[in-house]
Design a protein around this ligand. Sequence first.
Ligand code: G3P
Ligand code: CA
Length: 334
Amino acid sequence: MSVLTAGSMSRLHTSRLAVTPAVVAHRGASGYRPEHTLDAYRTAIRMGADAIELDLVPTADGVLLARHENELSLTTDVAEHPGLAHLRTTKVVDGHAMTGWFSEDLTLAEVRTLAARERRPGLRPGNTVHDGREGVPTLDEVLTMVAAETVRRGRAVGLLLELKSSPYFDALDRSLDEPLLADLRRHGLDHARSRVTLMSFDTAILRRLAPRTKVPLVQLLDVGDPFDGPALDAIEEYADGIGVHQDLVLPRTADGALDLPTRLVRDAHRRWLDVYVWTLRAENHYLPTDFRVGEDPAGLGDLGGLAEAFLDAGVDGLITDHPDLAVRAVAAAA
Ligand code: G3P
Ligand code: CA
């Protein structure tokens, strides 16, 4: 359980995960279904995932949607809607110029007209048979679905909610804090045992949320971010865990094979910070060279073996597009 210490920003820690190690389905079972659809989440739960991961962006009317980025054309059919053509524009988001249709410019009613589609049709052609079958879910709808699945299956399913592009939305005066907390409170989930965890690459929103919510907070770290002792000391003031690019735990050699572990897991655990790694993907294209099977980049390699290597390195959570394979690896390692 985590509580804020009176009069300070530090948190007292014990492990937050409902189970350790946890298998977290990245954008749902996105190796098998178009990402961030209710079908992708339900498929992950059916496969035995302990938790599902959602990315959150807002609509024009302040409703949180499950999308990886606020530009919608990569994962929906928005470009095929003549009635929305006038909303196509170019913006700079997180330092990158992007052209398309942005969630903050569409009302929820307009989002309701969109159909979700596979982001990587070249790598995951089998997933495209599901294109157009579902729309873009709101956070509220996902929370309702997860509550129903928890009852139906008789086991709790966790949620890792990532707040996307927070500085960008802050600058637009559309901060994600209030709609997020409102959704959590409406569903009775703003407490330490709700099995909801909040994540962000942005330190500022996590520091803002720390005194406002009881749910655990995870600082995301990408390649290039500092992860030494002083960096972890600072994170420990407001967060309960870290979610790190896999290379920060198990780097790759110059020829792309898996290298020896860094000291990150040990350093984090010494500060009572849980460690999640992202994103484990089964296609050869994403795997270290020594875990590939065959030459086809879209072919599936030895994700189970890679998961085992991360379990051996001591991580607390595996965030993966292929939760079935990670569930199997965790079971084998138990
Ligand atoms: O959950 C952390 C991981 O999802 C961060 O990367 O780009 O997939 O959101 P991304
Ligand atoms: Ca994410």
